[in-house]
Design a protein around this ligand. Structure first.
Ligand SMILES: CC(C)(COP(=O)(O)OP(=O)(O)OC[C@H]1O[C@@H](n2cnc3c(N)ncnc32)[C@H](O)[C@@H]1OP(=O)(O)O)[C@@H](O)C(=O)NCCC(=O)NCCS
Length: 122
């Protein structure tokens, strides 16, 4: 499975995956979030593809020495298979020198990834 950087043609699928995040799921809010990733260079959104389907999304806000995991979601049909953790690890591999921080929403999952042996470098 590969992480692919978001592009405009992925907008609908990205909004669908974003809607699994807790909080405001109105179309307006989802569009604002997508716009943030499209227009702000320090915000980066990636999707993960399995066979022909995009099944997960991960979005970060980049800082100088760190990044903050803002959004993470996996299609409910594919949860519990390690895809969430795989996205966190692949993203960290893109930014090996940066430290990963969570938000109120994503921190508990990051802690879970860190607690596993192979996630120790996060
Ligand atoms: C969180 C999420 C991305 C995990 O995706 P996933 O592919 O199922 O993750 P993994 O298979 O790598 O790990 C699954 C484990 O994480 C646990 N988990 C799920 N959400 C969690 C959370 N918010 N905090 C801590 N652990 C969590 C699951 O209970 C599961 O535990 P188990 O293996 O002991 O049963 C997915 O549940 C999701 O899309 N949730 C809705 C979006 C969301 O709430 N995002 C914010 C939290 S990151």
């Amino acid at each position: 499975m590969m992480l692919l950087r978001y592009k405009k043609t992925y907008e609908k699928i990205a909004m669908g995956l974003l809607s699994y995040m807790p909080g405001d799921k109105t179309v307006k809010k989802l569009q604002e979030t997508i716009l943030q990733y499209e227009t702000n260079d320090s915000w980066q959104l990636y999707l993960i593809k399995k066979d022909d389907d995009f099944i997960g999304l991960i979005g970060i806000e980049l800082g100088d020495d760190s990044y903050t995991l803002q959004h993470l979601s996996v299609n409910p049909s594919f949860r519990g298979e390690g895809i969430g953790k795989e996205m966190v690890m692949k993203l960290q591999a893109l930014f090996p020198d940066k430290k990963c921080f969570g938000t109120e929403e994503t921190d508990s999952f990051i802690q879970r990834c860190k607690s596993k042996e192979e996630g120790a470098d996060l």
